[in-house]
Design a protein around this ligand. Structure first.
Ligand code: FES
Length: 174
């Protein structure tokens, strides 16, 4: 067995001889601080626009575009009747009510108290929540009885070529 193993035959083969320990450590700390500052910068830059977008959404300043969605044909809904649909996503249940020949209103119908489905009571002309006797004004979506304190989100509708379409959701100020 050669006794060359585990030995450094020449000084220049010692790969640590050129390290100035203090200087290296200083560089390490500086490098670490740079990394920290860099990471903070990346975080700030990547989170800022999303924060701004979220704030816009929450304050209703966003000019969000909604897909135009056909709810029903005019002939399929009589005056005083209602039709259930979903808007803007399939998970957002909503209700369209025909108040007169040319007047339609639509709201997302998850109660603003604890999200029970609000329904249209044709006989009394009221929008009711079965869970805690909540009641909403059919013309505005404002709560008029029971525990709800916020209006139902209104859906903008448009009548076109004999059909009623959902075209947007009213944004409420925070
Ligand atoms: S969930 Fe509608 S009144 Fe409570």
């Amino acid at each position: 067995m050669s006794d060359k193993n585990n030995k450094i035959p020449f000084n220049e083969d010692n790969y640590t001889h050129n390290i100035n320990r203090n200087n290296e450590r200083k560089l390490d700390r500086r490098g670490f601080m740079k990394t920290l500052v860099g990471a903070a910068g990346v975080f700030a830059i990547s989170s800022l626009p999303w924060g701004a977008i979220a704030a816009k959404e929450l304050t209703g300043l966003s000019d969000k575009k909604y897909p135009k969605h056909k709810i029903t044909d005019v002939n399929s809904i009589g005056i005083g009747e209602a039709v259930d649909f979903a808007f803007p996503s399939e998970h957002d249940s909503a209700i369209l009510i025909r108040l007169s020949e040319n007047k339609y209103v639509a709201y997302q119908n998850a109660c603003t108290h604890l999200r029970c489905p609000v329904f249209w009571e044709k006989a009394s002309g009221e929008m009711l929540c079965p869970c805690h006797h909540g009641k909403f004004d059919v013309k505005t979506g404002e709560p008029i009885a029971g525990p709800p304190r916020r209006p139902l989100p209104e859906i903008h509708v448009k009548v076109e070529n004999g059909a009623v379409y959902a075209v947007g959701v009213k944004r409420y100020e925070a």
